[in-house]
Design a binder for this molecule. Structure first.
Ligand SMILES: [Zn+2]
Length: 352
C-alpha cells in the first residue's frame, strides 16, 4: 500500500515537479527584493487601516514566498502644505518607522532591518528576511532640509518624492494642478541631500516633469519603486517610453507593480501573471533586463490572480522560467538590479 502511494506520487506530472524544484534551487542562490509595500500604516495605526490593506505582508509570508527583502514604506497621504500639515505628516512618518523597527525587533528570529546591500546579503546567509525602510511622499519633510538626515538616521534608504498630490518638493502625477513645473527649488536641494547621504530617489507617483528633472539632477541612478508601462495601460501613474529610457540611461530601475490598477483595464478577477509579465517584457525589450524589477504595492492596492500576497512571490519565478528567462536574468530582475543600485547610491555618497 505504501509502495503504491509512493508510485502514485512519483507518477504525478514530473515536468511540474522539476520546475518547482528548479524554482526552489534558484531562490537558494538569488536575492529577491520587493521595492514597495504599504504595510506600515496598518501596523502603526490599526484604526486608520485602509480598505486596501489586506494582510498581504508579513515575515512569515516572505519566507513562504522565498522573498528575501522588501522595502517597507512609511506612507502619508498628501494634506495641506501648512506648518500644521507638515508636523502631522512628520508625526505619521516617524510613528510608522518606529513601528516597523519594533515589528522587526519582535521577530528577530525571522528578520532584521537592513541598511545596505551588504546587510541584505548577510541576513539571507543567516536565513532571515531583510526589512528595508522607505518613505512614500516627501510631504513629511515639509520645507526642512535637515529632516532628510533625520530620516536617514532612522534607517530610511529611499524616499518617494510625492504621493498623489503635489507637495513642497515636487509636482505629482495624479495632481492636475502643477505648482512647481516639476521639482521646486527645495526639491532640488532634497535630491542633492539624498545623494550626499546615500538614499535612493524614488520617482513613482511623480509627475512626468518631476521624474525627468529628478533623473537629471540626481548624481546617482533613481528608481521607480512601483509603477507600470504607460503604453500598455494609459494612466498618469504609469511611465512613458521617454521616462523609462531616461531612467535606464542613467542606470536606474523600473519596478513593475503587482496590481491590476497598473497592469490592465480588465476586471480584477481576470488580471494575472500574464499581465505582469507583459509589462516586464515591455521594459526588457525597451531598455534591457538590467533595468527592471518588482515592486508589489501589497497592502496598498497590489495583488493579482496567482500572486495574492508575499507568500505567492515564487510563482513569478516559475512563470519567468516557463517564459524562457535565464536563471541569470531572473536573478537580476528579482534583486540583483536593486542591490547594484543600492551599492551605487552608497558609493556615490561616499565620493562627496
Ligand atoms: Zn504608491
Amino acid at each position: 500500500m505504501k509502495l503504491l502511494f509512493l508510485f502514485c506520487l512519483l507518477a504525478q506530472s514530473p515536468v511540474t515537479d522539476s520546475l518547482d524544484i528548479k524554482v526552489e534551487h534558484l531562490h537558494d542562490v538569488i536575492l529577491s527584493v520587493d521595492t514597495h509595500n504599504d504595510f506600515a500604516m496598518a501596523l502603526a495605526f490599526p484604526e486608520r487601516r485602509s480598505t486596501v490593506a489586506k494582510g498581504q505582508v508579513s515575515f512569515e509570508q516572505m519566507k513562504k514566498g522565498r522573498l528575501d527583502a522588501a522595502f517597507f514604506s512609511a506612507y502619508q497621504e498628501q494634506g495641506p502644505r501648512t506648518l500644521e500639515g507638515h508636523e502631522r505628516a512628520k508625526y505619521l512618518a516617524d510613528s510608522m518607522l518606529r513601528s516597523l523597527h519594533r515589528y522587526a525587533a519582535e521577530h528577530e528570529q525571522l528578520a532584521g532591518v537592513a541598511y545596505s546591500a551588504g546587510d541584505v546579503k548577510e541576513l539571507k546567509e543567516q536565513g532571515k528576511a531583510a526589512m528595508l525602510l522607505s518613505i512614500e511622499n516627501a510631504y513629511c519633510l515639509g520645507q526642512d532640509i535637515s529632516l532628510v538626515e533625520h530620516y536617514y538616521r532612522m534607517g530610511v534608504r529611499m524616499i518617494g518624492l510625492t504621493h498623489n498630490g503635489s507637495n513642497c518638493v515636487a509636482d505629482a502625477a495624479m495632481d492636475s494642478l502643477e505648482i512647481h513645473g516639476g521639482l521646486s527649488p527645495f526639491g532640488y536641494r532634497v535630491i542633492q541631500e539624498m545623494n550626499r547621504l546615500g538614499m535612493i530617489v524614488d520617482v513613482s507617483h511623480a509627475s512626468r516633469k518631476t521624474c525627468l528633472q529628478a533623473v537629471q539632477e540626481s548624481r546617482a541612478p533613481v528608481m521607480a519603486s512601483h509603477s507600470g508601462v504607460y503604453n500598455l495601460k494609459e494612466i498618469p501613474r504609469n511611465l512613458t517610453d521617454e521616462e523609462i529610457l531616461t531612467i535606464a540611461a542613467k542606470g536606474g530601475l523600473i519596478q513593475i507593480s503587482i496590481g491590476r490598477y497598473f497592469l490592465s483595464f480588465l476586471p480584477k478577477p481576470e488580471v494575472g501573471l500574464e499581465h505582469l509579465l507583459e509589462h516586464i517584457k515591455y521594459v526588457v525589450d525597451l531598455v534591457g533586463i538590467d533595468h527592471v524589477g518588482i515592486g508589489s504595492d501589497f497592502d496598498g492596492g497590489g495583488g493579482i490572480v496567482g500572486v495574492e500576497d508575499m507568500g505567492k512571490m515564487k510563482t513569478i519565478t516559475r512563470a519567468l522560467l516557463k517564459k524562457g528567462y535565464s536563471e541569470g536574468d531572473i536573478g537580476k530582475l528579482w534583486g540583483g538590479n536593486v542591490l547594484r543600485l543600492m551599492e551605487e547610491v552608497a558609493r556615490n555618497a561616499g565620493s562627496f
